[in-house]
Write a protein that binds this ligand. Structure first.
Ligand SMILES: [Zn+2]
Length: 536
C-alpha cells in the first residue's frame, strides 16, 4: 500500500499504552494507514506521496476539548477584545474605543474583563458611565459569572435599591442598597433579558471564528458545554453545509427555571443532528464560583478576617430534584455534563449519578463532572466506583491572584489544599478527560498541560499543591483519548493507530523530550487527512 502522506523523523505520541516509540506516521485518504518507525514508513512512500520531515517534532492525536464554548467565545472575539489588558484603565480604553467606533449600536454588549483588575473583583457603574454614558452597556467577565453594567442598563432594567436579589444571583450593592454596577450569576439575566438577543446568524459567524481559533491550537474535536436552541441551529447550519470541521458533541442547556417536562423537548432536539454534530449531552449547572462565594461548599466560607461566615454558597439545582433529573436523563439515554466547583456541588453530582445507577442500572452514557475545583477526600474514590468521569480544566491549578486573593483566604488552608486533585483522582482509578473552558480561559492546550504537569503558572515559581501533578503522558492522554471517551468518539479519534481517522497535530518541538510544554506551539493541525491549520 502507498500512502498519501508520510510524516517521519520525529516522535509519535499515540495515546495508546501498547505502542513503543514510533517515529513516523502514514496517512491514506482520511485515515491513518500506519504508525511505526522510519524504515517501515519508507515502504509506504510512492511517487505521489507527500513526505513531511518532522525533524524531531512531536506528533499527537488531535486534541479534544471536553468543555468549551466556541460559539459564544468566537462571537466575543468578533466584538470586544480585552487582549493585553492588565488593569481597569486598559479595560476602559478598550471599551471607549469600541463604543466610539460603533455609534450605530443601541447597546454595548461584550465580555472578557478579569476580576483582578477591579477592587474586590467588582467594577462600578460609574467607571462604565465614564466611557459609555449614552447607551446601556452589559459587559460580562471572562468566566461569565459576573456582569458589569452602566447606569443606563440598570435604569432600563428597572433595578433599584428596592429590587430583590433573584434566587440564583446577587446584585452587588452600595452601602445604601443601590446597585453598585456588578451583577453576579443569575442577576445578570435581569439586564441581559431586556438587551438585544444574539441571533443564529451571529452564532454562525461566532462558531466559524471559534472553530478557526480551536484548530489553531490543535483542537479537532470538542464538547460544547452550553448549547441553547439558537446555538444548536448555528451548529446545524455549519454541519449540514460541510463547514463543521471539528467533531462535536453538544451539551444542551438544562433550564433551571423550568420543569422536568423539558426532557421531552431535549429528546426532540437530540434528533436534530448533522455530520460531525451530535447533541447527546445535557449541561447541568450545579453552582457558581468560589470568587463570588456562590460555589456550593460542604462548610461555610470564611470572611477576609478569617472568621467563619454563615454562607456556604448556592445549590443552583436542589440536590433531591437533581437526583430525579439525572435519573430521568440517564433513562432517556442522555449524558449528563455537570458544572461543579464546590465540594457540595461535586457531591451532589456524584449522589445524583449514584441514584441513576441504582434506579436504572449501569449505562454507557459517560456522565462527567467538569471543573471539580474542591473535592472532599471521601468523594475521590466514588468517581471510579460510579463510573463518573472527571473533566479537568488544568489551567486553573496554579497559584495566581484569583487563588491567592479571591479564593484561598475564603476557603482556608485545608479546603484550599483539596483543589483540583487530578493526581489523586487518577490514582483512585477515575477516568480523566480535559477541557479548556474557553472563553473563561485560553484554549492553548500546551499552556494547560504545562500547568497540569508542573502545577505552576507562567509568571510564578510557586507550585500549587504539587502532589497533584500529572505526568506529561497522563496529561496528553487525558486531552486526547480521555476526552474522546467522554464524547463517545474513541473508536475513531483520540488515539493514533492504523484505521483511525487522520486527525492529528504536529507541534514545533518535542515537549516529551524537553519537558517544556509552555514554550511549545502547534505547527500544523490535520483533520480527515488534510492540514486545516499551518504556521506559515
Ligand atoms: Zn464552561
Amino acid at each position: 500500500m502507498i500512502a498519501d502522506m508520510v510524516l517521519r523523523g520525529g516522535r509519535v505520541f499515540t495515546a495508546e499504552s501498547t505502542v513503543g516509540n514510533p517515529t513516523a506516521i502514514a496517512v491514506a485518504g482520511d485515515r491513518i494507514a500506519h504508525v511505526g518507525d522510519d524504515s517501515e514508513a519508507i515502504e509506504l512512500i510512492g511517487p505521489g506521496t507527500t513526505v513531511v520531515e518532522l525533524a524531531g517534532r512531536l506528533v499527537t492525536p488531535g486534541f479534544i476539548d471536553a468543555h468549551v464554548h466556541p460559539a459564544t467565545s468566537g462571537l466575543d472575539l468578533l466584538r470586544l477584545r480585552f487582549d493585553g489588558c492588565a488593569d481597569s484603565d486598559d479595560a476602559l480604553t478598550v471599551l471607549a474605543d469600541y463604543a466610539n467606533g460603533h455609534p450605530e449600536l443601541e447597546w454595548i454588549i461584550g465580555a472578557g474583563w478579569a476580576q483582578p483588575w477591579f477592587d474586590r473583583g467588582c467594577p462600578s457603574k460609574e467607571m462604565l458611565d465614564s466611557v459609555i454614558p449614552d447607551r446601556p452597556a452589559l459587559i460580562e467577565n471572562a468566566d461569565g459569572h459576573g456582569g458589569w453594567v452602566n447606569s443606563r442598563a440598570l435604569e432600563n432594567a428597572g433595578i433599584t435599591a428596592r429590587t430583590p436579589d433573584p434566587p440564583d444571583g446577587r446584585i452587588e450593592r452600595n452601602a445604601d442598597g443601590s446597585p453598585q454596577g456588578t451583577l453576579h450569576e443569575g442577576a445578570i439575566d435581569l439586564v441581559s433579558s431586556i438587551g438585544p438577543q444574539d441571533t443564529v446568524d451571529d452564532f454562525e459567524a461566532g462558531l466559524l471564528q471559534g472553530q478557526d481559533h480551536l484548530l489553531s491550537f490543535g483542537i479537532t474535536g470538542w464538547q460544547d458545554a452550553i448549547v441553547r436552541p439558537v446555538v444548536h441551529e448555528a451548529y446545524l447550519r455549519l454541519a449540514r453545509s460541510g463547514r463543521l470541521l471539528g467533531r462535536v458533541v453538544g451539551a444542551m442547556w438544562w433550564e433551571r427555571d423550568r420543569e422536568l417536562d423539558q426532557i421531552e423537548e431535549l429528546v426532540e432536539r437530540r434528533r436534530a443532528t448533522g455530520p460531525n454534530f451530535s447533541p447527546t449531552s445535557v449541561k447541568l449547572m450545579l453552582d457558581g464560583v468560589v470568587e463570588n462565594f456562590s460555589a456550593a461548599m460542604l462548610t461555610n466560607y470564611f470572611s477576609s478576617d478569617g472568621s467563619e461566615t454563615t454562607n456556604s454558597g448556592t445549590d443552583f439545582i436542589d440536590p433531591d430534584l437533581l437526583k430525579r433529573i439525572v435519573t430521568l436523563l440517564d433513562a432517556n439515554g442522555f449524558q449528563c455534563h455537570f458544572h461543579a466547583i464546590g465540594d457540595r456541588a461535586v457531591r451532589s453530582a456524584l449522589d445524583a449519578i449514584d441514584s441513576a445507577r441504582t434506579e436504572n442500572g449501569p449505562s454507557d452514557h459517560r456522565h462527567h463532572i467538569s471543573h471539580i475545583q474542591v473535592v472532599h477526600p471521601e468523594d475521590i474514590g466514588r468517581f471510579a466506583k460510579l463510573d463518573a468521569i472527571a473533566n479537568a480544566q488544568p489551567l486553573w491549578a496554579q497559584r495566581e491572584v484569583t487563588q491567592t486573593e479571591l479564593t484561598m483566604p475564603f476557603l482556608g488552608e485545608r479546603r484550599s489544599s483539596r483543589q483540583y486533585p487530578f493526581g489523586s483522582l487518577l490514582a483512585a482509578g477515575a477516568r480523566l478527560g480535559m477541557g479548556s473552558d474557553w472563553g473563561v480561559s485560553t484554549c492553548n492546550v500546551m499552556e494547560e498541560i504545562a500547568v497540569a504537569v508542573t502545577r505552576k503558572g507562567a509568571r510564578s515559581d510557586d507550585e500549587f499543591y504539587p502532589s497533584e501533578r500529572l505526568t506529561p503522558r497522563q496529561a496528553l492522554t487525558a486531552f486526547t483519548a480521555g476526552s474522546a471517551f467522554i464524547n463517545h468518539a474513541e473508536s475513531d479519534s483520540g488515539t493514533l493507530a492504523a484505521g483511525m481517522i487522520a486527525d492529528l497535530v504536529v507541534l514545533d518541538g518535542d515537549p516529551l523530550a524537553s519537558g517544556d510544554f509552555r514554550s511549545t506551539h502547534v505547527d500544523k493541525t490535520m483533520v480527515n487527512g488534510e492540514f486545516v491549520y499551518e504556521v506559515d
